[in-house]
Design a protein around this ligand. Sequence first.
Ligand SMILES: Cc1cc2nc3c(=O)[nH]c(=O)nc-3n(C[C@H](O)[C@H](O)[C@H](O)COP(=O)(O)OP(=O)(O)OC[C@H]3O[C@@H](n4cnc5c(N)ncnc54)[C@H](O)[C@@H]3O)c2cc1C
Ligand code: FES
Ligand code: FES
Length: 500
Amino acid sequence: MVSLPNVSPTRTLLQVLREDLGLTGTKEGCNEGDCGACTVVIGEPEGRGLRYRAINSCIRLAHSVHGLAVWTVEDLTADPLIDRQGAALHPAQQALVDCHGSQCGFCTPGFVMSLFGMYQNRVLTGQAITRPDAQADLSGNLCRCTGYRPILDAACRMPALPAARVNERAVRRLLDQIPATRPSPHYIAPESLTALLRARREHPQAQVVAGCTDVGLWINKGHQRFAQVLDVTRAAELRRIERYPHHLAIGAGVRLSDAFAALVKDRPALAPFAERFAGLPVRQSGTLAGNVANGSPIGDSMPLLIALGASVVLMRWAGRGARGHIEHRELPLEDFYIGYRKNRLAPDEIVAWVKVPKARPAYSVQRSRGEWVRAYKVSKRFDDDISAVCLAVKVWIERGRVVQARVGAGGVAATPARAWKTEAALEGRPWNAETVRAAMQALSDEFTPISDMRASAGYRRAVLANLLWRGWLESQAAPTDALRLEVGSAWGALRTEAQS
Ligand SMILES: Cc1cc2nc3c(=O)[nH]c(=O)nc-3n(C[C@H](O)[C@H](O)[C@H](O)COP(=O)(O)OP(=O)(O)OC[C@H]3O[C@@H](n4cnc5c(N)ncnc54)[C@H](O)[C@@H]3O)c2cc1C
Ligand code: FES
Ligand code: FES
């Protein structure tokens, strides 16, 4: 158990590990959440056991792990609470050795820790490890030397090695001894919604943080310092996903990985999109509400949430001291944004919940009826990259006609946007190629994106429209080759127009 005095509220977990505790096994590569060299695993009490998450220590604030277990690469051979059955190395390490998964070794501690997280969450729960699983769990780790094949081999080899187990009861006993009271008045992390809202009112100058996957970059790269930080993720009420007959309510403390899991459970077609959001360690720290509050025009969840008809519930403490009460208001997500990274949040408010309408029966070609939903992200790199363009579409079809359409777009305006004109071009019309072609034109005319390092304006408009075509093609039981080819010709036409 470690206790440190006078840790500033913006000191990162990586700084504390390396500089204050001398645990230099954890490396600093990019210092912005991209490379995974700094990966550690945190353990949070859940039920009678622990919930394990690999996270980037470089952008996680040190105070946020108060009361949690943290494993670094040193612990895999030094922690007496991990029983390796006499083996010299943990299976996450031994597998990398066996498969020749390390060369210069700089990325290796980060890979080992992602593998350790995978070991705890998959191997010890009896799941088989497939290559796609390995790719998904290692999506936040970059290696410049070895190549990924031997590292993925190592992930798949772990179950074949003698088991190593964390003594969770002993860890829980240790965690129970840590006082709930935080050592620093400069890092406020209230444990209830009421306390959080009161703190927001009493400390309007405090920097609100959730997973810190955006704010961490302002600290490390923008050199911003905050005298006081208010962490929203410890309020018990906001750590839940609540299921109602018509909607899901996702609390502000819910991590992106859990939020996306709930959305995908409701609408399985969203699974490929969910895995395109950052890499696993970022999704295991960052929150959905943080993505929404940050409101980047190239953020990924907002186009999807707009298409799904989501709203945000904003809360504040009204009145003085304990005699006050909670006030809330609810806004459709598209109305939350008023300009580039500007939203309607008042200084004493927080985003408390993101409300997402539940799925209706999925579209079937045979019945010509149902909900059709798709979301696409186009970025320069497939994994762990920011969108150039993002499109999400939800249509409700009755007797082959589009009764209701909702379209969300990212990367094409100063804010995440709802494509009203495109929706109008779809609604009331048959769900066929002609309608979709007209809607593609509407979509490419609807926004005036900018050209930047991620894509040119013409590329963005052309790709956005073609993603709609792709969505429609995917809704057809067996699209003909002629229809598939139309993607090429539609793209060509728009590109010519963009160049002229
Ligand atoms: C390597 C890397 C890859 C990334 N990839 C993607 C990606 O693919 N797609 C994408 O969209 N984003 C991506 N991001 C950005 C980031 O992960 C997301 O925006 C994330 O959802 C932010 O959530 P957070 O909880 O970490 O927010 P924080 O960083 O804690 O906060 C972000 C902002 O929201 C405010 N805030 C947070 N919670 C609340 C609340 N409840 N009420 C009011 N204000 C609040 C904070 O004050 C701050 O202004 C990436 C980031 C990194 C580092
Ligand atoms: S140092 Fe690169 S992700 Fe942390
Ligand atoms: S072994 Fe050199 S960066 Fe991965």
